[in-house]
Design a protein. Structure first.
Ligand SMILES: [Zn+2]
Ligand SMILES: [Zn+2]
Length: 1292
């Protein structure tokens, strides 16, 4: 990946950058760099060296990196902003790197602010660059960036605006600016390497910008940073002579994390060391004991599963097909299956998780057809069914390795060593047994129906398959046809006007249907008459006059001339004839088309006269059977017109226009147009489906329709609305399951039919087949063509029993997995009552509602009159980062491996769980996963690192926590109250199949643990004495971390395992080997303290609002203020406020807190100034007041000389601290500090001397030039030039 950098530096810098970096991959362009999903929009401003050469160089570079748009030359800043805004609009830019120095140089301030705001509101500046110490520098919010504090606060503000990271540039001054920022703040130091050079500030900016750009690209891993660093170092070395001046040396990245900043490589990668789990047989130990569970021992006896009576929890794996590599949507379903299974294991269940592979069906055949270049069924037969099926068999495991690796990497624990495989004989045999059960009960039957048929696949589709392929707005011809009535009274030729959207069915017409109760009109048009429904006269275009009206029933029986005489064009004619109570088709020579009555004639569109072709639509076929109509089939199964019609040999859809033209030439076409409607296409091959009357095998699901509906009422659907909605609707409209497919690679339907007397036999087992055929079929491959060779003499005639050629719908395979995965009933007959039927839990995406969810439900209802699954999570679709469906065409498909490599499995899982509730669609992008990693996992890791670092220093061990210890400190009581409430809530959510809210609550807790508990407790860990308070802090944080590790283990199995091993397993030899074998936490409800939680939440809110108020007024955090006025919403809160007053004052560095009377003047005036929704920071009466949801926090913005002195004292102490650090003194070293500066400095040093000495461990503060100082620095402080120095006392 190219890292693009942006540089606002001078022209010389740019020139040098281009020369060197273009070869290295880091590009110095100025000034805004916007990065689209894939490419870069570079906008260059060359202020100082506007030469054509440079412009051309920039052009070349931008072209090299595949920028979408390049604009270079003498651009004003506003032009740059406009260009970027344009790029955002035109190219869908998603990332933006902003260098504010350019912004500061823009002449038109208003334009610049507006532009920046519009840019920032339309997309989040993922990274921004802050360059301190340039006279005109401002940050994105238009605030000056001069001092180091300005830099820090600018960074905070930019992060608050949504930036993911802020790069601090290092150029333009002698001192290392960001050193100052490390003190207790949140920066990562990239490098302190000093590279002398003549003019490197441009380089420095470029480097910083390159990193910023890298960050925006999601490359904030040490490896990516190192790469960027290498580029720059090499570039500098190559181009600048060693000399004087200042080089790039210190760069910091600001993040919202506290403490040390951990990175992906340091944390997540080692956690995902997959060797742990197999080494400890952890997964196997989490599975149930083998003795009662089938022929294959699934696991050894582990510590957890030695509990013999542990309840069983059954998870059914919906089988994927491994003939393609797994995508992110597969990851989604798999992690949702996993989280519930892990949770149940920790709750003490034996969880059965048998893997499975779906191997049969048309998708597999289609792949092989493509590979072999076969275009039709006939070509497959010519190629050879045996070879063809062999290719199918080989292909279905082609990507099995990818699947196994992905499954491991995402931490989905499913037994892949003993999966069920739908192509195995055992599996198929269970299918035969099921079909035999249905056969014996009369639930499996053959029927001729108008069936949805794919002419390309030459196979029927079931109604659930048809449901997968509807397309809206499909254009079809709309033709009104004139059928000439025979012997109509009068002279004028008279026609029945009928309407169709499928002209190709017209040669199959054998009747016209009317509504017997509707009124029809005979109208005179030009020289002839038309008959149509009175209600639909509006379809006539020409002028007409009504001659007479008749009821539909009066038209019934009237004959008309066929459009095409079947005999003349070589189509066979059959007729439905009823003999001995059975209606069947018999061949005949002639037929007489006529008008019949039907109850399905619509008066909404068409003409009220329906063209009937029994060979196609199902209604037509039923009507034909009922009325004894003729049956003409002029189209073959490939959709080709047969016979000698003028359009014979054409595919039906291609024949449509020719038929229309032919009828037109014969004066039989009244009108034609285009009709747009929703039409089904083959979901596998995209061919428009035809309705085609043919014989198929059906499972009579309608026999149990009411039970299907009733039993569905017992299933817990997540989300709940699917039960009555999508799924319930489907069941209420149930039709029989079309089972047979005229294909090759599938479970053969075990029905044999006599080629003589046509008697049939359904075979229910291999033993039965062996008996019948008098050979041992035990080793036979049950697939076609081998099974087709098994035949035996008919017992009733001299014919031979041969298998019907059809195979079963592949959804039958997946629906029978509850039985077939155990080879039931041939083995494991006990699954009936040992808890393995039904499943406790299944999970797939919403597209399986009519697929697997239905096939499981239908078979279970038919066979057991019972549930197939008790709980089901039905997942929404995965969309891209911008909310679009992922597709190859859009090129927005995300590969799971890329995400796993970059952010790790835990971040990926966490994001998928928490982004939206299971049934909702979720947006997915690399960036969104990265945010999760940072906000949740790295934040937790930083707390964990903080704990382990100090625990090691203090030699803390959990055994030091006394038996029966209870928290005493307020902070401890608060966080443990929060923790125990969290345990209750998370447990409850997971028990209710809701990992989304479980994860969100965990994330909230991690946030307050880090940003309030740890931050406010830090001094308790720092202090040197090991007292009860310190032990209390350790005990509390230890408990928080170990509990959170267990709570989150089902969601983030890797990080939690690492924490568990280090925090618990190390100390307790009897602890289970893995967090995944440990028990799920149970809340200590006695510790849940409502008032303390309310009070602390209030303190957190007030502090956060107070910081916003300070920030808006430009008041540095280090500057003490006189007063804060707080308005709460309720009396209870006012009460809490007095409790948490000290915390708030300390947080905000303010001396007094006053509770505002709810109707006090200040609040009323602030409210008037606030925006409509009441949330804002307003300036009122010398206060800066933050308003939010009925709260007000107003800080007194007036700084008295005394307060200013105090602020200055803090600044000085702070700088001396940094000098200590730079000089690498020990924390406990006592020192002497030197200073030199204006009188004001001396005065403050005197007045606040005690404070400064105490803060800096200084024995003395000397107003002298510090010649023997170990470290000294001259800097601008509050506009004064001040020199400070430090020296260790022991070095004196
Ligand atoms: Zn098809
Ligand atoms: Zn027979």
């Amino acid at each position: 990946m190219t890292i693009a950098g942006s540089d606002s530096g001078g022209g010389a810098g740019i020139q040098a950058d281009l020369k060197t970096f273009s070869a290295l991959g880091v590009f110095g362009t100025s000034t805004l760099t916007a990065i689209t999903a894939q490419n870069t929009v570079g906008v260059s401003a060359v202020h100082e060296v506007p030469t054509d050469i440079i412009a051309a160089q920039i052009d070349a570079v931008m072209t090299d990196i595949g920028a979408d748009a390049v604009k270079t030359g003498m651009l004003s800043s506003s032009e740059i902003v406009e260009t970027v805004a344009e790029a955002i609009r035109r190219h869908g830019v998603v990332n933006l790197v902003v260098d504010p120095v350019m912004v500061a140089k823009s002449g038109d301030r208003l334009l610049r602010e507006e532009a920046i705001h519009s840019i920032c509101s339309s997309l989040i500046p993922l990274a921004a660059v802050v360059t301190p110490n340039i006279p005109e520098a401002e940050d994105l919010t238009g605030r000056p960036v001069q001092s180091d504090d300005d830099v820090r606060e600018a960074a905070i503000r930019i992060v608050a605006m949504g930036a993911r990271s802020v790069v601090i540039k290092g150029g333009h001054r002698d001192g290392p600016p960001t050193d100052v920022l490390y003190d207790g703040h949140e920066f990562l130091e990239f490098t302190t390497e000093r590279i002398p050079s003549t003019n490197t500030h441009g380089t420095g900016c470029t480097f910083a910008s390159a990193i910023a750009a890298g960050l925006a690209h999601g490359l904030d891993t040490p490896a990516a940073v190192a790469r960027a660093k290498d580029y720059v170092t090499a570039a500098i070395r190559a181009s600048y002579p060693i000399g004087h001046g200042h080089g790039p040396r210190v760069f910091g990245v600001f993040s919202q994390c506290d403490h040390q900043f951990a990175t992906y490589d340091e944390v997540i990668q080692p956690c995902q060391d997959l060797t742990w789990f197999p080494a400890g047989s952890v997964f196997r130990n989490s599975m149930p004991r083998s003795s009662s569970i089938g022929r294959n021992a699934m696991c050894s006896v582990g510590p957890w599963t030695t509990v013999p009576d542990a309840p069983l929890f059954m998870m059914y794996e919906g089988p994927p097909t491994a003939n393609g590599s797994p995508g992110i949507h597969h990851v989604l379903a798999r992690v949702f299956k996993d989280v519930i299974s892990r949770y149940r294991t920790m709750k003490g269940c034996r969880v059965i998780r048998k893997g499975g592979w779906d191997t049969h069906g048309l998708p597999v055949e289609l792949e092989i057809e493509k590979e072999l270049g076969l275009a039709s069924k006939r070509e497959i037969e010519e190629y050879g069914i045996a070879e063809f099926n062999q290719r199918c068999r080989e292909s279905v495991f082609r990507y099995v390795k990818d699947w196994e690796v992905m499954t491991d990497r995402i931490g989905y624990w499913v037994d892949m060593h003993d999966p069920y495989v739908t192509l195995e004989n055992d599996y198929i045999e269970t299918g035969w047994w099921i079909l035999k059960q249905l056969w014996d009960r009369g639930l499996l039957y053959q029927d001729r129906r108008g069936t949805p048929h794919c002419p390309r696949c030459v196979s029927s589709l079931s109604s659930h398959e048809v449901a997968l392929g509807y397309r809206e707005n499909t254009p079809d011809p709309s033709v009104f046809i004139k059928f000439e009535a025979a012997a109509w009274p009068g002279d004028a030729p008279t026609y029945f006007l009928a309407w169709t959207t499928t002209p190709w069915t017209l040669p199959g017409n054998t009747a016209l249907a009317v509504d017997p109760d509707a009124e029809y009109s005979v109208v005179s048009v030009a020289d002839h008459q038309l008959i149509l429904a009175t209600a639909l006269l509006k379809v006539l275009h020409d002028e007409y006059s009504v001659v007479e009206t008749r009821l539909g029933s009066e038209l019934v029986g009237h004959s008309y001339r066929p459009l095409y005489d079947a005999a003349e064009f070589g189509s066979g004619i059959q007729q439905f004839v009823r003999r001995d109570g059975v209606t069947q088709l018999e061949d005949t020579d002639s037929y007489s088309p006529h008008v019949v009555a039907a109850d399905f004639v619509s008066m909404d569109d068409g003409s009220g006269i329906v063209h009937i072709a029994p060979a196609f639509g199902d209604e037509d076929l039923a009507l034909g059977r009922e009325r004894g109509l003729a049956f003409i089939q002029p189209v073959d199964l490939q959709g080709i017109v047969t016979g000698s019609y003028p359009f014979a040999g054409k595919f039906v859809k291609d024949a449509d226009p020719e038929i229309a033209a032919d009828l037109d030439s014969r004066g039989l076409l009244y009108h034609q147009g285009v009709y747009r409607h929703t039409y089904p296409f083959c979901w596998r091959c995209d061919t428009p489906l035809l309705y085609y009357a043919k014989d198929s095998w059906y499972i009579r699901t309608t026999a149990v329709k009411d039970r299907l509906v009733d039993i569905n009422g017992e299933i817990h659907w997540y989300p709940e609305h699917i039960r009555e909605g999508r799924f319930g609707e489907w069941l209420r409209n149930n039709v029989d399951w079309s089972l047979s497919r005229e294909r090759f690679w599938g479970t053969p339907i075990p029905i044999w039919r006599c080629d003589g007397c046509q008697s049939t036999r359904c075979v229910g087992s291999l033993a039965e087949l062996s008996d019948l055929a008098s050979i041992d079929v035990g080793d036979l491959d049950l697939h076609r063509p081998y099974v087709d060779d098994i035949a035996w003499p008919c017992s009733q005639c001299s014919g031979v029993m041969r298998r019907i050629p059809e195979v079963a719908d592949a959804w039958f395979d997946s629906g029978m997995m509850p039985y077939a995965q155990w080879h039931y009933p041939f083995e494991n007959p006990e699954i009936d009552n040992d808890g393995r039927l039904p499943a406790d839990y299944i999970c797939e995406a919403v597209d399986q509602t009519r697929g697997w969810f239905y096939s499981l439900h239908a078979l279970s209802t038919l066979l057991n009159d019972d549930l197939a699954y008790r709980n089901v999570i039905c997942l929404g679709l995965i969309l891209d980062g911008r909310g679009r469906k992922m597709s190859k065409r859009l090129g927005n498909i995300v590969q799971p491996d890329t995400i796993l490599d970059t952010h790790g499995a835990d971040a990926l899982r966490w994001y998928l769980f928490t982004a939206s509730h299971p049934g909702e669609p979720r947006r997915f992008s690399d960036r969104l996963v990265q945010q999760t990693l940072r906000q949740v996992l790295l934040t937790l890791w930083n707390v964990y690192s903080f704990f382990t670092n100090y625990a090691n220093i203090d030699e803390f061990e959990p055994s030091q926590i006394p038996e029966g210890w209870r928290p005493e400190a307020e902070l401890d009581r608060w966080i443990l109250a929060e923790l125990n409430q969290l345990v209750q809530v998370v447990d409850d959510h997971l028990d209710n199949y809701n990992p989304t809210d479980a994860g969100r609550r965990l994330a909230e807790f991690i946030d307050v643990l880090s940003n309030w508990y740890v931050r406010r407790s830090r001094r308790r860990f720092w202090k040197s004495e090991n007292d009860a308070d310190k032990l209390g802090a350790y005990a509390t944080l230890y408990r928080c971390l170990t509990t959170v590790a267990r709570l989150m283990a089902p969601l983030a199995p890797f990080v939690s395992e690492q924490m568990y091993r280090n925090l618990e397993l190390r100390y307790e030899t009897h602890a289970p080997d893995s967090v995944h074998l440990s028990a799920y936490p149970v809340a200590d409800t006695a510790l849940i303290d409502g008032p303390i939680m309310e009070a602390t939440r209030l303190a957190i809110r007030v502090s956060s609002m107070g910081r916003a108020a300070r920030s808006k007024a430009g008041l540095k955090v280090r500057q003490p203020l006189a007063e804060v006025v707080v308005k709460t919403r309720t009396d209870a809160e006012a009460e809490y406020l007095s409790q948490v007053r000290p915390q708030i004052l300390e947080e905000l560095n303010i001396k007094e807190l006053r509770a505002a009377d709810g109707y006090g003047d200040l609040y009323v005036r602030a409210q008037e100034l606030a925006t409509d929704d009441g949330d804002a920071v307003v300036s009122v009466d010398g206060y800066s007041a933050a308003m939010e949801s009925g709260y007000m926090v107003a800080v007194d913005a007036r700084i008295t000389p005394e307060l200013a002195d105090e602020g200055l004292a803090r600044e000085l102490a702070h700088r001396i601290q940094n000098l200590r650090k730079n000089a690498r003194f020990e924390i406990t070293d006592r020192i002497i500090a030197y200073y030199d500066g204006p009188d004001e400095i001396a005065r403050v040093m005197t007045v606040h001397g005690d404070y400064i000495k105490q803060e800096t461990l200084s024995d003395d503060l000397l107003a002298t030039v510090a010649e023997d100082a170990a470290k000294s620095e001259t800097a601008q402080i509050e506009g004064m030039e001040v020199t400070l120095g430090v020296r260790r006392l022991t070095d004196v």
